[in-house]
Write a protein that binds this ligand. Structure first.
Ligand code: CAA
Length: 379
């Protein structure tokens, strides 16, 4: 697929690939086992410009396009899917809405330390009663003098424990349903804001998945992001881009699964020959590779459409749906090729299988992706 990329994008891919192999991969399994947030890696990623790839240099970003971002998240996730989603939730779910909907003051204040990786971001939309039905947000925001007062609980928030900056969705008018939702920027030290329970998960264990609790949490009046009542649209617009980040993460997992399967199949001998000689193995590899390339193309198309300023809601949903299901497919086939070895933690493939599953769930389940795609057909 190299012929589809510009010289700049290829340079970016090669640079990130080297960084991922040399700096991320060696500690990926250990961080996963211990549930350690890869703080040093994130710091280095910031130094390389990877925490703000798609944002202009005037705000501290690397000034590149979304295709470059997609390629970078894939390369990083090939080494460690946790690191991939930490950067993706930070960039496409938190920097992006501030960059797109923020005032000049908000952009100047938040983007430079976020693009450098000094401040990590998180996106707080999901609540215990508002998952797929994100519009049924119960967290409230009330204007009192020159402060907004937030009350409610968000959960399953990626980067929640580390984030200095949270983009939080809350209702200023519950009776107006989705049209009552607004977006707010909340700083870590805001009075009345605390981190609650941390989840124990099947995979991506080097990331925090936290509960955020707002009890009469006070934030300055000017921390509303965009217009009052436009928060749900901000959330859904943001999620279009976020879904490409997750598709890229899934592609990284799929690619790692394929590469490890090829290596193992060539080395492992049974019946006096490498198992790669058997058609049963070759067909699995062929299917994995075909599915991966189809998913890559969908993600490339949607990322390119975002770069061109076109509406890409359906294309983002297709890219995420396909890539996440391909990640699970490739990880499962790779494990099958590894046989009993793949079921142990001596090889990375059991991690890939656990990590792949979440890509079918967060930032919109596969069922919600199908619903978004079908809604464009039935309009
Ligand atoms: N961009 C801009 N506007 C959009 C839009 C988009 N992609 N999709 C819909 N809208 C607009 C609609 O046009 C509509 O506008 P009007 O009211 O002016 O007509 C408005 O938003 C509401 O749209 P719907 O009526 O379609 O809304 P809905 O309540 O039926 O919900 C949904 C639609 C697709 C189910 C949506 O709720 C959804 O995507 N749910 C999934 C939520 C999700 O992805 N959560 C992920 C949480 S974040 C996360 O997981 C992060 C992490 O940790 C990594």
């Amino acid at each position: 697929m190299e012929y589809l990329l510009t010289e700049e994008q290829i340079m970016m891919r090669d640079m990130v690939s080297k960084f991922a192999k040399e700096e991320i991969a060696p500690s990926a399994s250990e961080n996963e086992k211990n549930g350690t947030f890869p703080a040093e890696i994130i710091k280095k990623a910031g130094e390389l410009g990877l925490m703000g790839i798609g944002y202009p240099a005037e705000y501290g970003g690397a000034g590149m396009d979304y295709v470059s971002y997609m390629i970078a998240i894939e390369e990083i996730s090939k080494a460690c899917a946790s690191t991939g989603v930490i950067i993706s939730a930070h960039s496409s779910l938190t920097i992006d809405p501030i960059f797109t909907f923020g005032t000049e003051e908000q952009k100047k204040k938040y983007l430079p330390p976020m693009c450098s990786g000094e401040w990590i971001g998180c996106h707080a939309l999901t609540e215990p009663g508002a998952g797929s039905d994100a519009g049924s947000t119960k967290t409230t925001a009330k204007l009192e003098g020159d402060k907004w007062i937030l009350n409610g609980t968000k959960h399953f928030i990626t980067n929640g424990a580390e984030a200095e900056v949270s983009v939080v969705f809350a209702s200023t008018d519950l009776s107006a349903k989705t049209k009552g939702i607004s977006a707010f920027i909340v700083d870590k030290g805001a009075p009345g804001f605390k981190i609650g329970k941390l989840e124990h998960k099947l995979g991506i264990k080097a990331t925090s998945t936290a509960e955020l609790i707002f009890e009469d949490c006070e934030i300055p009046k000017e921390n509303i992001l965009g217009e009052t009542g436009k928060g749900f649209k901000i959330a859904l617009t943001t999620l279009d881009g976020g879904r490409l980040g997750i598709a890229s993460q899934a592609l990284g997992i799929a690619k790692a699964s394929i590469e490890d399967a090829v290596k193992f199949a060539k080395e492992r001998e049974q019946f006096n020959q490498a198992i790669a000689n058997f058609q049963a193995i070759q067909w699995m590899l062929a299917d994995m590779c075909t599915e991966y390339e189809a998913a890559w193309m969908l993600n490339f198309r949607a990322s390119k459409m975002k770069d061109l300023g076109l509406r890409y809601t359906k294309e983002a949903a297709m890219a995420k749906l396909k890539a996440s299901e391909v990640a699970s497919f490739c990880a499962a086939k790779s494990l099958q090729i590894h046989g009993g070895y793949g079921y142990t933690d001596e090889f990375n493939v059991e991690r890939y299988l656990r990590d792949a599953k979440i890509t079918e769930i967060y930032e919109g389940t596969s069922e919600i992706m199908r619903l978004v795609i079908a809604s464009t057909l039935l309009k």
